[in-house]
Design a protein around this ligand. Structure first.
Ligand SMILES: [Fe+2]
Length: 283
């Protein structure tokens, strides 16, 4: 009977005009039915599962995305990134739940730390094509938590909107640079259903310190990624499984007065230098 039921549901999708949608729904049906056959949930467990997903949706607002968080802690976001990543360019990683507002347009060299108080830091590098050609005019969307581990959208009224965010345009040689504070590790929000899930499974909620990037350039595939602060905590136990070794960067302490003058920061400061490499759009 149960195999027949699965077949009936899959057959009912035969009239779906969009073939991709048909394939996705048929596979979803087969996998969900297999899950139920394997685990044989009680009615109470099934109701609890529906309640959990309902609460996850109800927790979402304009500035909070609990479903992305759920996808993140189950490793689904990272898996989707992985099956879509192409060889050659900078490795991608999860978008995360905090890319919720548009980043303010800022000039190269601007400080995205509007509050101050954190450890001063300069991030610089180039945006390049996979063959090493610089990509002038590439767009770089940057967002990060403050020195205490919170994003602006988590602390309205405490942090100004746009704190830790910037939309930069690479210069004529594909270079970018901006000032900020060294990010801190932070716990993902634990006051909702996802936090409940982590507690029920004895998992910690921390992410290693990182800065998010989306780099886009004409004729190239965009890349969504982070850089992680080398030597920091939780690099080997990221709550959302997003660390890739190639993305771990040194934030070197420097007191070079020439560099400090160039970037307009006092010495000493921390400096992360890395290039973002984009693959050409596949023909
Ligand atoms: Fe983040």
């Amino acid at each position: 009977m149960s195999a027949e039921l699965t077949r009936s549901v899959v057959d009912s999708l035969d009239g779906t005009p969009d073939p991709r949608l048909r394939a996705l729904l048929a596979a979803l049906t087969r996998h969900l039915h297999a899950f139920v056959r394997e685990t044989e949930p009680t009615m109470a467990e099934w109701e609890q599962a529906v309640g959990f997903l309902t609460a996850t949706g109800q927790t979402c607002t304009d500035t909070r995305q609990e479903f992305i968080l759920l996808s993140d802690v189950l490793g689904v976001s990272m898996l989707v990134e992985t099956v879509n990543s192409a060889e050659g360019g900078t490795e991608s990683t999860v978008l995360g739940p905090f890319h919720m507002t548009e980043s303010p347009v800022r000039a190269l060299g601007a400080d995205i730390d509007l509050v101050g108080g954190g450890e001063p830091c300069v991030v610089s590098g180039r945006v390049l094509s996979a063959d090493g050609t610089p990509l002038p005019g590439a767009l770089l969307d940057v967002w990060q938590a403050d020195g205490n581990g919170f994003y602006d959208v988590q602390q309205p009224g405490i942090q100004p909107a746009g704190n830790g965010r910037g939309l930069f345009t690479a210069d004529d040689e594909g270079r970018f640079w901006f000032r900020t504070c060294v990010p801190s590790p932070y716990p993902i929000p634990t006051d909702g259903p996802v936090g409940k899930l982590l507690r029920a499974t004895g998992r910690h909620p921390y992410r290693p310190a990182h800065i998010h990037f989306i780099a886009t350039a004409e004729g190239h595939e965009p890349v969504t990624t982070h850089i992680f602060v080398a030597g920091g905590d939780y690099l080997d136990s990221d709550a959302v499984f997003a660390v890739k070794q190639s993305l771990v960067q040194d934030f070197t302490q420097t007191d070079d007065p020439v560099l400090a003058r160039e970037f307009g920061v006092p010495t000493p400061f921390r400096h992360a230098r890395f290039d973002l490499v984009l693959n050409s759009v596949r023909p």
